[in-house]
Design a protein around this ligand. Structure first.
Ligand SMILES: [Fe+2]
Ligand SMILES: [Fe+2]
Length: 294
């Protein structure tokens, strides 16, 4: 099966913008998640109204993220032998992804990182938390290494075991060859009950990649935020609890604490990257100094 390089999204941000349709900001009127019937209805509306580009993006993602695909990508990228860059250089490199055709925003990738981190800073969180905000999407440089959108962004989910039907557009898993493999489509698949997320392969994307690049320098709470921030089936839908251990459950409080900064801090005011740079250079030097392997 050859995986296609189709790029249905106008920009990577289209996926994150779309997440807000499913997970609206809690104090906004659209939020009715306390009523499960309403939630179901909202979800049906979401699926019916989703943009064709987003729908096609998920179709590709769910069809081609197989257990073998993820294992191959990990074996390749996690050698971290592509480039040597400082964190700030990686942020500038990622900024090449700026996409003028996205009608929703004129913000660059660096702007999103700075807005996320600045909100965390504004709320008086620890310095490592701010840095987690600054680096959380640097893994999107996978796009610049030639990976298609469906292998860089999108809600992540375990491969090697049954796909949850709470995953967005789960009907598209009908095209995934793992579905017809009795081992890989069973509840536990290749895993053991409660074995812990560290032993689980999630669909390949920017989360797992950045986790490996920075894992030597940041506290575990930050590493959970980075590694699982797109794992919406886990941190928002409560799925796959049977694969987690108690430590994961405790650490997921941090993943949930991070999520609102990722989803709800976009605004149209462009951060002044020149003015902010010295603060972030200091912060980077404190935890992740020098050139890192990417
Ligand atoms: Fe992300
Ligand atoms: Fe993000």
């Amino acid at each position: 099966m050859t995986a296609p390089h189709a790029q249905p999204l106008t920009s990577l941000d289209e996926w994150e913008d779309d997440l807000k349709t499913r997970y609206p900001e809690p104090d906004k009127p659209a939020f009715k998640a306390t009523d499960p019937e309403k939630k179901k209805e909202e979800f049906r509306n979401y699926a019916a109204n989703a943009r064709p580009s987003v729908r096609e993006f998920y179709r590709l993602n769910h069809t081609y993220q197989t257990y073998d695909f993820v294992r191959e990508k990990k074996a390749d990228y996690l050698k971290l032998n592509r480039r040597q860059m400082t964190v700030w250089e990686a942020a500038e490199f990622l900024n090449n992804l700026v996409d003028d055709s996205d009608p929703d925003t004129d913000l660059s990738q660096l702007d999103h990182l700075l807005q996320t981190a600045e909100h965390i800073r504004h709320d008086g969180k620890p310095r490592w938390f701010i840095l987690a905000g600054f680096v959380h999407d640097l893994g999107k440089i996978l796009c610049l290494f030639g990976e298609p959108q469906w292998a860089v962004v999108g809600d992540t989910f375990p491969v090697g075991c049954a796909f949850s039907d709470k995953i967005v557009f789960s009907e598209f898993f009908s095209g995934n060859p793992d579905r017809t493999n009795s081992k890989l489509s069973s509840r536990l698949g290749v895993y053991n009950e409660g074995c812990g997320l560290d032993k689980i392969d999630l669909s390949w994307g920017h989360d797992e990649y950045i986790y490996h690049v920075v894992k030597h320098g940041l506290p575990e709470e930050a590493l959970y935020m980075l590694r699982y921030h797109s794992f919406y089936p886990g941190h928002r839908e409560g799925e796959y609890d049977y694969l987690m251990n108690d430590h994961d459950r405790k650490m997921f409080e941090w993943v949930r604490a991070f999520n609102p900064y990722d989803l709800y801090t976009k605004n149209h005011e462009k951060p002044d990257s020149k003015k902010l740079r010295p603060f972030y250079e200091d912060l980077i030097n404190e935890y992740l100094p020098g050139k890192l392997s990417w």
